[in-house]
Write a protein that binds this ligand. Structure first.
Ligand SMILES: NC(=O)c1ccc[n+]([C@@H]2O[C@H](COP(=O)([O-])OP(=O)(O)OC[C@H]3O[C@@H](n4cnc5c(N)ncnc54)[C@H](O)[C@@H]3O)[C@@H](O)[C@H]2O)c1
Length: 252
């Protein structure tokens, strides 16, 4: 199925690895030009070169720290100068700082987790919407939440679960706020994903987790990427403000 994304400019935050790279590749496979926006600019540049060679699209690796407003401002200036208008934004960066029961969790860990996971999406989405040109065509924002936002997560994870739940709240209202600008907003909820950082092969805990999925296999970054590409396209025009469960049946 041709998703009709050819020539669109897509930004993927944290696109130099894991789920973000899976999203960047899936969008490139549909003909999008890709901006890998990552703290690790060397790796971002390498991923962009690989994508250019493999998919024949334009691709840029750009430095971005989603927790730093100066970096965000500089990033958008870079996009304007080198790419033009962005049509698609994947707010993929997120994560947890430390793990501890809430009564022992440091204020710093709580606040930094929110900076990384939800405040980043606010600043990036605001800048994206304000540079988007409604006449240019249909735009999309896809946020990355987590199953931890929906089901009880493991102990010591209150900050991550809360911040990921906030991603869902923001997605729903932002979807209403900007629909008339021509931007559809949705989010995906990954469960257990085969990223080397989280589930290294050979670790006994990895095998335990695998049994929790009906598929008995972790999602691959490419599986998330395929859903993101569909949500970015007009084939999904009736899906607005939704949370798409990509957990291999963990939530059912
Ligand atoms: N991996 C999983 O199993 C899983 C499950 C559910 C949800 N998620 C969510 O999916 C998203 C991606 O997770 P992942 O495990 O693939 O990513 P990851 O932690 O491996 O990081 C991906 C990229 O983000 C970049 N990055 C980190 N901090 C950054 C910052 N401040 N600014 C810009 N870039 C930054 C890193 O350099 C890296 O290239 C996250 O939001 C995560 O919470 C992951």
């Amino acid at each position: 199925m041709d998703l009709g994304l050819k020539g669109k400019n897509a930004i993927v935050t944290g696109g130099a690895g894991g789920i973000g790279l899976g999203c960047a590749k899936a969008l490139a496979a549909e003909g999008c030009n890709i901006i890998i926006a990552d703290l690790n600019d060397e790796l971002a540049a390498k991923c962009a070169d690989d994508i250019k060679n493999e998919y024949g699209v334009d691709a840029w690796g750009m430095k971005l720290n989603v927790c730093d407003q100066d970096s965000i401002k500089e990033f958008w200036e870079n996009v304007k100068e080198n790419v033009g208008v962005a049509d698609i934004l994947v707010n993929n960066v997120g994560g947890r700082i430390d793990r501890a029961p809430l009564n022992e969790l440091s204020d710093e860990a709580w606040l930094k987790t929110f900076d990384l996971t939800i405040h980043s999406g606010f600043y990036m989405s605001k800048a994206f919407c304000n540079q988007f040109v409604p006449d240019k065509g249909k735009g999309a924002i896809i946020n990355v939440t987590s199953k931890s936002a929906i089901m009880s997560s493991s102990k010591g994870n209150s900050h991550y679960s809360s911040a990921k739940a906030a991603v869902i709240g923001m997605t729903r209202i932002l979807a209403k706020d900007v629909y008339d600008l021509g931007i559809r907003v949705n989010c995906i909820a990954p469960g257990y994903v085969q990223t080397e950082r989280v589930y290294p092969d050979g670790d006994p805990r990895t095998e335990e987790k695998r049994k929790l999925l009906l598929t008995h296999d972790f999602a691959k970054p490419a599986d998330l990427g395929n859903v993101v590409a569909f949500l970015a396209s007009e084939k999904s025009y009736q899906i607005i403000g939704a949370v798409i469960d990509v957990t291999g049946g963990t939530l059912c």
